[in-house]
Unconditional design. Structure first.
Lengths: 618, 190
């Protein structure tokens, strides 16, 4: 009852309550100090919103000339003269600005922004964990701007009445709803010379939906079914077979091969660029490395078993270059126009040296192999580390006798993987972000505080807390979340672009939830998995396994089991928030068993944890 | 097929109808009446006055071109705000992000005041106005739609493309966000 009355108050303040309800509310308002306080607060909010909005509504510019032109098109047939309302004395604008023009900012703010970019990079690349408390940005204001920093033009018409001027810096776009299909394009859809005739979304080899069900196995351990559009899969885009390893690492034994053009479905990733693939007839075959294959389908919900291994960090002093015009550039075998062309490329390149006559020696990877060549400086944008490259004289350069040509394939920019772990932290903890991309010319990372799970938002355009704009195609970084952070979650967004500066390309988000030590009233509590264990880690068919878990603030908890020959839906059932359950390792079956606990809270927020068990021969 | 409405004749609707027949003066009139409101909404969504003014022109052009598609099922203001909101979201997607202000990152770090340790603070209008600027656009927009544009619950649901039932909870979450923002800001003011 009380809740209902509280809900009516803003409606009442806005004058939207019908008379009987208004009278009823007034009756209660007179008797409840709490309701009355809420009323005053809402009245203050309403008044502030009105005042602010009225200020924003002032100084309406005149209708733009291009609208006049459009209107007159209709008019010229009718002969009447359009009248114009010349509202105010404002400089006429000439229509929408081009996509490459960046926002203008006040000079001092731009300097501060440059400072924060450099400072943010320093936070990362100095791996000391000192507190990034406010005062250190002053020193870095003098450092040279990185590529991609905003123009320092003076802002026009800076209105002193806007109270949120610090936030004039443009927000990022509404969280891009770029479907993973955009990012991991299946082979058949891309005009790639190496694709074979395997149609997209169909599993190589056998595998009909529920045809050959092996008797005796639980339903979730049935043979593979046909790939659907929502499945994540890999394809071998090369002309040679790709090795499948037992564990994620090339030092492990090879358990199979992926033939050229073959596809495999995957459900599990290592978070370090390895993917666990199913064999066509059913069963987990092993792991493939992302550089050997191409991802396709919907790979956003891959299971990430714990613990996840360490990822290598990147060198902070690499000179990265990309093509300014946003297209491809001709790469030659030496520093000069009279050297042979070896191909064209448009993605990001690493420069190793420069020649005195204005060429960069670059290393790049149009496919999985790294090649070298030379590109002219004219069409290249470079970051600050390029100033310290060794310079050679062209006379000293000896080219290879037979330069290697590479085929100019349609290089589809994609994000191969992007992870942010751990996915539940407390303020003050560090998140490790890792990524790998292909054929991008620029990679950047931004993160922003959000109030709900990244999955729930459809239209949000929050303000980024930081942007790291000069990233390598593959890498990782540690980001420490300040102890005073207050939002419910952080969304990390990796964005690649395929053109010159300005145009955003595909992106991928990862959400990290923040747990606060104290419980909070009135805000939706985040579910937490306090513990989740399955013992023993090594078992045998027929033996008993015990899953034990404890969650907090979860409205619903599910426990799922997925097995090695499995590919169909994991067996998923609802369990209590805290409990224990026994399983029997399936007889007649050896291999991995994945257990996943999902805790769902209010508003659809959920966290999950996955444990892997080996069921071996007794 | 139009639904039957028992709505009094709306001069705005007549303007849009005139626009659909090519009357340029109707466009000017509509602009004079609703331009400020739509501009205000765009500024609140985009936090960038210049961009908002440009998007406003796009909105008016779209209104002119689609005037014959307006069937009068919602108010003219709602119709314009739906167009404006979509344009604003697309405008955000087109332009590369520039860096965020230093204030955001470092002010959050410069205090250890917990959200619930802040002393009871006078919920004063200046503080609220300040805090409104620091809200996320979604939260700011529902407050302005409600208290400034005076849309009804169902109209707000139409503009935001959400269920009417969600409008109330969004509103209250916006208030909560305001409260938290104000506590944060209080901790960081010199």
């Amino acid at each position: 009852m009380h809740e209902e009355l509280l809900e009516l108050i803003p409606l009442y303040v806005a004058g939207k309550l019908p008379p009987e309800q208004a009278a009823k509310l007034e009756h209660h308002l007179a008797r409840s100090p709490e309701l009355h306080t809420a009323l005053e607060e809402w009245q203050t909010i309403a008044e502030a919103v009105r005042q602010q909005s009225e200020e924003w509504a002032r100084r309406l510019p005149p209708l733009a000339p291009y609208i006049r032109a459009e209107v007159e098109k209709r008019f010229n047939g009718q002969g009447a003269e359009p009248t114009m309302i010349t509202a105010l004395n404002q400089p006429t604008r000439l229509g929408p600005r081009s996509a490459t023009q960046q926002s203008r900012l006040p000079l001092s703010l731009a300097a501060a922004l440059i400072a924060v970019t450099v400072f943010a990079s320093l936070i990362v690349f100095l791996s000391s964990r000192e507190d990034s408390d406010g005062g250190q940005n002053g020193d870095t204001a003098g450092l040279a701007a990185q590529e991609g920093s905003p123009e320092t033009a003076i802002a026009q018409d800076s209105s002193p009445t806007l109270t949120f001027t610090p936030f004039v810096a443009t927000e990022i776009a509404a969280r891009p709803t770029a479907t993973p299909n955009d990012i991991h394009s299946p082979v058949a859809g891309v005009g790639n010379a190496t694709s074979t005739a395997t149609p997209a979304f169909q599993e190589a080899g056998s595998g009909s939906a529920s045809a050959a069900s092996s008797p005796g196995l639980p339903p979730n351990l049935q043979p593979t079914r046909t790939l659907s559009q929502d499945d994540c899969f890999v394809t071998n885009p090369q002309e040679t077979p790709v090795a499948i390893y037992r564990w994620p690492g090339r030092e492990n034994e090879v358990t199979g091969t992926l033939q050229p053009g073959e596809q495999r479905r995957i459900l599990v990733t290592s978070g370090t660029g390895w993917y666990e693939v199913y064999a066509p007839e059913g069963g987990i075959q092993g792991w493939v490395f992302i550089e050997d294959v191409r991802l396709g389908g919907n790979c956003d919900n891959l299971w990430l078993p714990s613990p996840t291994p360490d990822v290598p960090t990147t060198s902070p002093t690499t000179c990265r270059v990309s093509v300014i015009t946003g297209d491809t550039i001709t790469i030659r075998s030496g520093p000069g126009m009279d050297y042979a062309e070896i191909g064209s490329y448009g993605g990001q390149m690493v420069a190793r040296s420069r020649s005195a006559n204005g060429w960069y020696e670059v290393a790049f990877a149009p496919q999985s192999q790294t090649l070298t060549g030379w590109v002219p400086e004219t069409w290249i944008s470079a970051n600050t580390h390029c100033a310290t490259l060794p310079v050679i004289s062209p006379a000293d350069y000896t080219p290879q006798p037979t330069p290697t040509r590479f085929p100019t394939a349609a290089a589809v920019p994609q994000i191969a993987y992007f992870t942010a772990v751990p996915s539940d932290i407390q303020p003050g903890d560090t998140v490790t972000v890792s990524w790998e991309t292909r054929h991008a010319s620029r990679v950047w990372l931004e993160y922003f505080g959000t109030q709900a799970s990244g999955n729930a938002g459809t239209e949000a355009a929050p303000m980024p807390l930081a942007v790291f704009s000069d990233l390598p195609l593959t890498g990782s970084m540690d980001i420490r979340i300040p102890a005073t952070f207050r939002d419910d979650a952080i969304t990390f967004s990796l964005v690649i672009n395929t053109y010159g500066d300005g145009e955003r390309g595909p992106s991928m988000n990862r959400v990290v939830r923040i747990d606060y030590p104290q419980s909070q009233e009135q805000t939706p509590s985040l579910p937490t998995i306090i513990s989740f264990e399955v013992t023993p880690a090594q078992t045998a068919p027929g033996e008993t396994l015990t899953a034990t878990w404890e969650t907090q603030d979860a409205r619903r908890v599910h426990l799922s089991l997925l097995g090695e020959t499995g590919s169909g839906q994991p067996e998923r059932r609802e369990v209590a928030g805290r409990g224990q359950s026994t399983y029997v390792a399936p007889a007649g079956y050896t291999g991995k068993l994945y257990f996943r606990l999902e805790a769902e809270g209010e508003d659809g927020l959920s966290v999950s944890r996955t444990v892997m068990i080996e069921s071996g021969n007794p | 097929m139009n639904r039957e409405h028992s709505i009094p004749i709306d001069p705005d609707r007549q303007l849009v109808q005139a626009m659909s027949q090519g009357d340029a003066r109707a466009l000017d009139e509509l602009y004079a009446r609703h331009g400020p409101g739509v501009l205000s909404f765009l500024v609140s969504r985009l936090s960038d006055r210049q961009l908002a003014e440009e998007v406003l022109q796009d909105v008016m052009l779209a209104a002119w071109k689609n005037a014959d598609g307006f069937r009068g099922e919602s108010s003219v203001r709602t119709w314009l705000l739906v167009i404006a909101r979509n344009r604003a979201i697309n405008a955000r997607r087109r332009y590369a992000p520039t860096l965020v202000s230093v204030d955001t990152v470092f002010n959050l770090q410069s205090t250890d005041t917990g959200p619930f340790e802040a002393v009871a603070r006078e919920f004063d209008k200046a503080a609220v106005r300040d805090a409104i600027g620091y809200l996320e656009p979604d939260q700011r927009e529902i407050l302005t739609l409600f208290f400034y544009h005076q849309l009804s619950g169902p109209e707000i649901a139409e503009v935001l493309e959400i269920n009417p039932g969600t409008v109330k909870s969004r509103l209250h979450r916006a208030k909560e966000a305001l409260r938290r923002t104000m506590m944060l800001r209080e901790g960081t003011d010199a």
